[in-house]
Design a protein around this ligand. Structure first.
Ligand code: 8QM
Length: 411
């Protein structure tokens, strides 16, 4: 792929800031997904902010600028959408999320409710169930030996715990991953991935809309818990279904790709798998490091609410800014040996879950799933070997694999 960088001539005189480097990289193209790291390095090295000519948006790929944009939600808003589409100019493909695509003060109430639904106290209630399911899954896979780590573990495990934790009916669950695929493709530009996904989305949208209704959510689950907050007045009854929709949008495919990332890391770096077997209490950090290393959620946009300076460059109002979370998570300005998967690394500060007021509200569920699966692999003394062709899955926002054939056996 071409990673050409050009720059308009420097201003000859006066106090104008240097112009933003233009890059002709398309970060939503298949050849970008196939060969990510040279292009991400080019984006970081081109400047603290770049202009992506293919989609007419600004981009930030260095850790400092990604972190700064995430932590200035007044200037870099979410209410105009966190995909390429500007909700001020284009009708959103679905009613906007009441949390992801909202700014304070509207965001504050909905965020508080989901924080309580997914709180540490709730994690304590579900932990034993999630751990038992992880151990049962690993035991099953050890009996089979030759498996696909994506379908049989990264998808199968979350599907065995998350829909039940939500309180969903059995029927129609096959729509969940399909729906999430649409959601994450829809953040991207109007390329083939996005257009095809939205074209085929109607049955998945119909399923999700129906399951968000109070009558379809089992008592005790996250979904019923959200509706219960409308009784106490923190949210209106009409807001509850859309907040359930947020968990159905963001709660499954993310952990599928997080777990897929972790298994792919442990398969490629057997010395790290050996360290994990020797010390299963490293499971939680091994998962966190996989989230940094692979960054399952690769990118998000913000929209500027005013003229603003980034790294010495002036950006006008109403501009889309693409944040490269995955590139920031491998920025050598921030990380020692960023391309090394190290299960004892100090991972804090990575932006794989975002940062600031929008930082992943489901992060405790994600970490719980990651921890109990990796701990089960470690405690069973598992060794992982790739034994077939690794196939990538293409999505405008999510990074992960379609297929990861492995042998899983006692070390
Ligand atoms: C991505 O619908 C939503 O509220 C929502 C959808 C997708 C995400 C988050 C929230 C970041 C994981």
């Amino acid at each position: 792929m071409s990673a050409g960088i050009s720059s308009a001539p420097m201003q000859v005189s006066g106090s104008k800031p240097p112009s933003v480097p233009h890059v002709d990289i398309d970060p939503f193209a298949i050849d970008f997904f196939d060969d990510l790291y040279p292009a991400q390095e080019a984006l970081r090295e081109a400047g603290s902010v770049v202009y992506l000519d293919k989609w007419n948006v600004y981009g930030v790929a260095r850790y400092a600028q990604v972190h700064a944009v995430l932590n200035d939600p007044q200037t870099f808003c979410s209410s105009r959408g966190v995909g390429l589409s500007d909700f001020k100019k284009e009708k959103p493909w679905r009613p906007p999320s009441l949390i992801l695509e909202a700014d304070p003060p509207a965001h504050t109430r909905t965020r508080a409710v989901l924080s309580k639904v997914l709180s540490p106290a709730v994690m304590k209630q579900i932990r034993d169930r999630f751990a038992a399911a992880a151990e049962a899954k690993v035991d099953e896979l050890l009996r089979r030996r030759h498996i696909d780590a994506i379908a049989d573990l990264a998808e199968a495990y979350p599907l065995s715990v998350f829909p039940d934790a939500m309180g969903l009916q059995q029927e129609g669950r096959e729509h969940l991953l399909a729906y999430a695929g649409v959601v994450f493709n829809a953040f991207g530009p109007p390329n083939e991935l996005r257009q095809t996904a939205i074209e085929r989305s109607a049955p998945h949208q119909a399923y999700v809309a129906e399951q968000c209704q109070r009558k379809n959510l089992t008592p005790g689950g996250f979904g019923a818990c959200i509706h219960a907050f409308s009784d106490s007045g923190e949210i209106r009854p009409d807001e509850a279904p859309l907040l359930v929709r947020s968990l159905l949008s963001a709660g499954l495919d993310t952990t599928v790709n997080g777990l897929g990332a972790a298994v792919y890391c442990l398969a490629r770096f057997p010395d790290e798998m050996a360290r994990l077997r020797a010390n299963p209490s490293l499971a939680r950090n091994a998962f966190e490091e996989a989230v940094r290393f692979e960054s399952p959620v690769q990118t998000f946009f913000r929209t500027t609410t005013r003229e603003v300076e980034i790294g010495g460059h002036m950006i006008g109002e109403g501009e889309k800014v693409l944040m490269f979370l995955g590139a920031a998570n491998r920025d050598p300005r921030r990380w020692d040996e960023p391309d090394r998967y190290d299960i004892t690394r100090k991972t804090s500060g990575h932006v794989g879950f975002g940062s600031g007021i929008h930082m992943c509200v489901g992060q405790l569920v994600a970490r719980l799933e990651g921890e109990v699966v990796l701990a089960a692999l470690a405690r069973r003394g598992v060794a992982i070997e790739i034994d077939g062709p690794v196939k990538r899955r293409y999505n405008n926002t999510l990074r992960g694999l379609e297929s990861l054939p492995i042998t899983i056996k006692p070390a």
